[in-house]
Design a protein. Structure first.
Length: 159
């Protein structure tokens, strides 16, 4: 009888060992399948949203693509959250604006709804500017003072 008990005890130990091995194998298989699902995410054919916000590893917003009223806008931010560049299209213009560390526009390129296009470089605090403008086949280069007064324009306006 003792031999029979020992034999049954050994069989139970063997079954427990196999059960642990099968459980471990099942867990590894599920883990590998989960990794495969993460490694190959589905690619959507279309994403519809009013805004897309991209953040860095710290959660700071670094870019936004949004529909603002009647126009789309793409804004890029620096690490401090200051807007540094934007691309805008509204009923009056399609434009690219570059900003300084305070978020003030320092350079811009635009095409306007009336047909003209231009480039502008602005001074500190957007005071003073140099603007190159083209409309109806005629170009001008204008320098503005800090109060917006025209300092120089070429070619000079017709009298």
């Amino acid at each position: 009888m003792r031999d029979r008990v020992r034999e049954l005890e050994q069989r139970v130990r063997d079954l427990e060992s196999r059960q642990r091995a099968l459980t471990m194998a099942a867990l590894v298989a599920v883990g590998l399948l989960s990794l495969g699902a993460v490694a190959r995410p589905e690619v959507a054919d279309l994403v519809t949203a009013r805004a897309l916000r991209i953040v860095d590893h710290d959660g700071t917003v670094r870019a936004e693509l949004r529909a603002e009223g009647d126009h789309p806008e793409l804004v890029l931010y620096d690490a401090a959250g200051v807007p540094r560049a934007s691309l805008v299209s509204d009923p009056d213009q399609s434009a690219l604006f570059l900003r300084d560390g305070e978020g003030t526009i320092r350079a811009g390129a635009a095409h306007f709804s009336h047909g003209g296009s231009g480039f502008a470089l602005h001074g500190e605090g957007s005071r003073g500017a140099a603007a190159l403008y083209l409309a109806e086949g005629r170009g001008t280069l204008t320098f503005y003072g800090e109060d917006g007064e025209v300092l120089y324009r070429a070619p000079a306006p017709a009298p």
